[in-house]
Design a binder for this molecule. Structure first.
Ligand SMILES: *Cc1c(COP(=O)(O)O)cnc(C)c1O
Length: 465
């Protein structure tokens, strides 16, 4: 499989290069040159497989030629054996054709584990083959840091440094990062804000000498490999609920548009999907787009679902690429203008194509809390402030009640205990594997907001080749 950039002027790459590169050199995102397709028989054949086996069938065509079948199988078995539910991504029924798929049974209790746990292992595998090492440096406001650390801990060829603003992340979030004591994991509490942390990381990446010296890299949300792994659970849900004989719809609480885009990819690959509902909080750029055809940037405001507090959804570019018949230069022009003006309007034709399958919906914090309470009372399920946006959005926008609507539950309620308590009166317990989180020792380095200090710290602590 070869990969092309959504902006049409970066080199065409193989999977391993796309994995390591992240962003394309022309500023675009990599997508497969063509979509591999599954016939109805291919889809039927998934019905009796385990989650890891379904993931193998889905991912194999994307890595063929770079990662051999045996290695991929081993990586997927090893990953999903470590999840704490036998079904890996269990489906729960809330009502007639009203379903939830739980994607929070990985180590950090959010759906990002389903991809990042595989991606960390793929990085290690590909780096070993190439005889290379990398140093990952990232900033977190609390949520993505732990998933990245869990994905990279104990990997032979990776050292990871994660910066968080000292005293400004919740205790659960901090402990999920700092209680990982592995030699290759380095938590840094910066005296400053999240923006200061991000600026420090940017400064390292902009110093090309340093960048090459330590093999600086990132595991950000635009990496194709993450999308690829997420496609698997759309097929998984499909075959549980009757694919390919029956259509299925999905409602996805969205931020960077990576999760729902993976669903779109599943549809391109042949899974019969009726509808996608894109759920948003008050930071509703996506919901407004699907109402009006206009993408307009506004400031970000904090909400009860912080992992969806975004200004721009970077993965939306991948959908646009298809809507504009893969005309990379047109996409480059539109996005450059968008960055300048903060506004982008799609042509009527392209907007109509986007609306064939997509709807958008938003819930503010009050509606989010009310819905958490309501779902607890009507179905006995305690859901987190992200997942509930998926559930309600799916119900409100459902175009065809005869088709199963599956809302993606993207986080465990115990990951956002304060909001859940406020809404429901119940303080959600951590699952057994994390129940002693508050008693575990922590490893974290406090640091002033200073680039030179950070560079010296990375040089000193990364393992030599
Ligand atoms: C990251 C995240 C989202 C948003 O997913 P995108 O792929 O960025 O759209 C939603 N919910 C939770 C809990 C997340 O961690």
């Amino acid at each position: 499989m070869r990969y092309v950039s959504t902006r049409g002027s970066a080199p065409v790459l193989q999977f391993d290069e796309v994995l390591l590169a992240g962003l394309a050199r022309d500023g675009g995102l990599y997508v497969p040159e063509t979509w591999p397709t599954f016939s109805k028989d291919d889809i039927r054949a998934l019905r009796t497989l385990t989650y890891a086996e379904v993931a193998f069938k889905v991912i194999q065509p994307f890595v063929a030629g770079t990662v051999d079948d045996g290695a991929l199988k081993a990586i997927l078995e090893d990953t999903y054996n470590g999840f704490d539910h036998e079904a890996v991504a269990p489906l729960k029924q809330l009502g007639a054709n009203d379903w939830v798929m739980e994607l929070f049974h990985g180590p950090t209790l959010a759906f990002k584990d389903y991809a990042l746990q595989v991606v960390g292992r793929l990085f290690d595998h590909v780096l070993a083959k190439r005889g290379e090492r990398i140093t990952i440096v990232g900033a977190t406001s609390g949520d993505t840091g732990s998933a990245a650390i869990e994905a990279c801990r104990d990997r032979e060829n990776i050292d990871i440094f994660i910066l968080h603003p000292k005293g400004r992340v919740s205790e659960v979030q901090r402990r999920q990062m700092t209680t990982i004591l592995s030699d290759n994991v380095h938590n840094i509490a910066v005296e400053g804000s999240f923006d200061d942390c991000q600026d420090l990381v940017k400064a390292l990446f902009n110093d090309h000498g340093f960048r090459d010296e330590v093999g600086l890299s990132a595991v950000n949300s635009i990496n194709w490999a993450r999308i690829m792994c997420q496609i698997a659970y759309y097929f998984w849900a499909g075959v549980q609920l009757g694919s390919p004989e029956r259509e299925i719809s999905f409602s996805v609480p969205s931020g960077n548009f990576g999760n729902v885009y993976a669903g779109y990819a599943a549809m391109q690959m042949g899974l019969p999907i009726k509808q996608f509902v894109v759920g948003a909080n008050r930071n509703d750029i996506l919901a407004r787009f699907f109402e009006t055809g206009v993408m307009k940037m506004e400031g970000v405001e904090p909400s009860l679902s912080p992992s969806m507090d975004i200004q721009v959804s970077s993965n939306f570019e991948r959908l646009m690429f298809d809507l504009y018949d893969r005309d990379g230069l047109a996409i480059a022009e539109m996005l450059t203008k968008f960055r300048e003006t903060g506004v982008m309007e799609m042509s009527q034709g392209q907007f109509a194509r986007a609306r064939e399958h997509f709807d958008g919906y938003r819930l503010d914090d009050d509606a989010t809390k009310a819905a958490i309470k309501d779902i607890l009372e009507t179905s006995g399920e305690l859901v987190d402030p992200h997942s509930v946006i998926g559930i309600v959005s799916g119900r409100e926008c459902n175009r065809d009640k005869s088709v199963p609507m599956v809302a993606l539950a993207t986080a465990h309620p115990a990951k956002f205990p304060d909001a859940v308590k406020q809404a429901s009166g119940i303080y959600p317990d951590l699952p057994p594997r994390l129940s002693d989180l508050y008693d575990r020792p922590e490893k974290v380095e406090a640091m002033s907001n200073d680039v030179a200090t950070l560079m010296a710290h990375v040089r000193k602590n990364r393992r030599a080749a």
